[in-house]
Each structure stands twice: as C-alpha cells, then as structure tokens.
Design a protein around this ligand. Structure first.
Ligand code: DHB
Ligand code: MG
Length: 219
C-alpha cells in the first residue's frame, strides 16, 4: 500500500470497525454535532477508546476535560469513570456546550458530567483540584496554560493527555508562525523541560490525517 491519507483513513476505519464497533450513543452524538454545524474535529473512534482505556487502566475517578466540543470524547471519558466517578468538562462556546449536554444526557451518563462554560483561562482557576486524569483538546494557542493548570489541578500520579501534537509534521519548524503550531511546539517543550511532568508523544496517521497525542504523568 502507498502511504497516502486515504490509505491511513481506510486502515483507521478497519481498526474502528474491528475494535470499537457500532455504538449508537456515540454515533448519535456525532450526528447531533454535525447537524448543529460544529466542526468535525472530535477524536477518532480509536482515540476515544484510548481515552476510555487510559481512565480505566489508571483507575481515574475524577477526570477534567478541557475542550468539550459536542461531547463525543466526554461520553467516552464519562463511561470510563464509572457510576461514582465525575467528569468536569470546560467549553468556551455555549452553543457547543448545549449540544454536548443533550448528547451526554442521551448517552445515559449525564449525572456524572458537569459542563463549565467559559474560556479555560477563566474557568480553570475556579475549579477544585484533585483530578486523576486531564484531557487537553482545546485551543492549541493556550496549550501551555492548560498544561500548567493540569499540573496544579492534578496530583503526583495524574495522567495528562494532550491531543493534536503532530500537526502534519509542522512541529519540527522552528520558524513556525501558525499559532496552533507554535502553541503545540511550546507545549511539547514544556512537557520535556518542566519537572512536574514525565512525558512522551506518539505520532499517528488515520482518519484525522497526520497528527498525534502526548501522554504525561504528573510526578
Ligand atoms: C483542530 C483541533 C482539534 O482538537 C483536532 O483534534 C483537530 C484539529 C484544529 O483546531 O484544527
Ligand atoms: Mg483534538
């Protein structure tokens, strides 16, 4: 096979079909998101399931998500924390939060999900800490601010997952001007330099093109 975006997507679709399968609540959430005109930039199905497994592997009960969008990843996280668990998810756009609220409730996990509407820089300082896992998937320009809050609102042992670290290879450019690339490069350097974190990152190809995810432990 030639390594083309179409081939990456086809292979990713095979993985989704094989390992994730048909999931009516998640598919309804995507349909609601699309119908409301939200951007289709949610995590891929295999990425959502990775989040779900990371919560369960780490035993996280209190999860913070920065960037709710339409609630697709939120549902994956909320299922993983179990009945006594809690997900706090921060969303800057109230229209997105309204779509997410309906989909999360319809998925049957609404009682464990609190949506906080506002910019991360305004909402995060108001949160009570103690989160066991933090998923950062919001405006890339603010990634270092979000990492700082993840450390402050976490504890030694907290798992931090940062989405979209690949940016089609643009992360190598030290002359980058795209603020999303600059924000991502800065975040990766922070994960390498800041002694609060021990981190790695994996590039991915798939339904979302050439991208990747960073995984960190708060030490
Ligand atoms: C973008 C944001 C995301 O969170 C994502 O997964 C893909 C793309 C974006 O802003 O371009
Ligand atoms: Mg993302």
């Amino acid at each position: 096979m030639d390594s083309t975006p179409a081939a990456w997507a086809a292979a990713d679709q095979f993985l989704s079909d094989t390992l994730v399968g048909h999931d009516p609540a998640l598919e309804a959430a995507l349909e609601a998101q699309r119908a409301a005109g939200l951007p289709e930039i949610e995590v891929a199905p295999v990425g959502g399931k990775l989040l779900n497994l990371l919560v369960r592997i780490s035993g996280a009960r209190r999860v913070l998500e920065i960037g709710t969008l339409g609630g697709y990843s939120t549902i994956w996280l909320a299922r993983a924390v179990g009945e006594g668990g809690r997900v706090v998810t921060v969303e800057a756009e109230s229209a997105n939060a309204a779509v997410a609220r309906e989909s999360i409730d319809a998925a049957g996990v609404g009682d464990r999900v609190e949506i906080r509407v506002g910019r991360g820089s305004d909402v995060l300082p108001t949160l009570v800490g103690g989160f066991d896992l933090v998923f950062i998937d919001a405006d890339k320009e603010s990634n270092t601010v979000y990492l700082d809050w993840a450390a402050k609102l976490g504890h030694p042992g907290t798992v931090v997952v940062l989405d979209n670290i690949g940016r089609e290879g643009e992360i190598v450019r030290d002359d980058a001007v795209d603020p999303k690339v600059v924000g991502t490069r800065d975040a990766l350097r922070m994960l390498g330099d800041d002694e609060r974190f021990d981190a790695t990152a994996l590039q991915t190809v798939g339904l979302k093109g050439w991208d990747g995810v960073a995984l960190a432990l708060v030490v």
